[in-house]
Design a protein around this ligand. Structure first.
Ligand code: 5RP
Length: 230
């Protein structure tokens, strides 16, 4: 069987998890493999951990697999989070939110000592922006928010699923914003987040601490040092 790069990256990331850690569980098809492997380690090694999920989807999967969950009502910091990404640049800027979980993902990432990003090689980009940037907006006046985002220079599209609005776990909407090449991700992140009606956006800058890359030839690469971009 051909190697599965997402599985390779996801399973490797769980090696960073040890007894008594609080672990953030990411969302998506790559994070899935990390969650499944953590459940195996809990069974096989009696690994003692408590996990904070970044979405209802990951919470449901974790419960089904018998992974103990906790929340920010009980813990105020996370030791290590394992999450996927839609794009990663050499400076460890990310685009996330393809699965619509960006707000909780950023929340958990910002509370984490270590943020492990697990990807296959297709997610590595020299510059962010080929993947439309997900922006979470409040439903009230979302059309006005879309206009404000368009004024920043993007084509902003309302996300729907089976012709119904896509509603996030937080009861909000998503606008997928195509900016083209994003020259300065941290600056754009600040600008978007400062826009009235925006809850958060899928640019994650300064949060990833290690990138774990699975490749289709079965190999694994890890990057621990972001490159400084000119
Ligand atoms: C969900 C995310 C995911 O991490 C991102 O979309 C990558 O997903 P996948 O691992 O399925 O390619 O940000 O909101």
């Amino acid at each position: 069987m051909a190697p599965n790069p997402k599985k390779i990256a996801g399973e490797r990331a769980t090696d960073y998890v040890a007894h008594d850690m609080i672990v953030g569980l990411g969302t998506g098809s790559t994070a899935y493999f990390a969650i499944v492997r953590l459940a195996e380690r809990i069974r096989e090694e009696s690994l003692r951990i408590r996990c904070v999920p970044t979405s209802e989807r990951s919470a449901t999967l974790a419960r089904e697999l018998g992974i103990p969950l906790t929340s920010f009502a009980e813990v105020l910091h996370v030791d290590v989070t394992i999450d996927g990404a839609d794009e990663v640049d050499p400076a460890f800027n990310l685009i996330k939110g393809g699965g619509g979980a960006l707000l909780r993902e950023k929340f958990v990432a910002s509370a984490s000592d270590t943020e492990l990003i697990i990807v296959d090689e297709s997610k590595l980009k020299q510059r962010l922006g080929a993947f439309p940037l997900p922006v979470e907006v409040v439903p009230f006046g979302w059309q006005m928010t879309r206009e404000r985002l368009r004024d920043l220079g993007c084509d902003a599209r309302f996300r729907s699923s089976d012709s119904a609005p896509f509603v996030t776990d937080n009861g909000n909407y998503i606008l997928d914003c195509s900016f083209g090449v994003i020259e300065d991700p941290p600056a754009l992140e600040r600008e978007i987040v400062g826009t009235c009606g925006v809850v958060d956006c899928g640019i994650f800058s300064g949060l990833a601490t290690r990138i774990i890359i699975g490749r289709s030839d079965g190999s694994l690469e890890e990057r621990a040092e972001p490159e400084k971009l000119a």
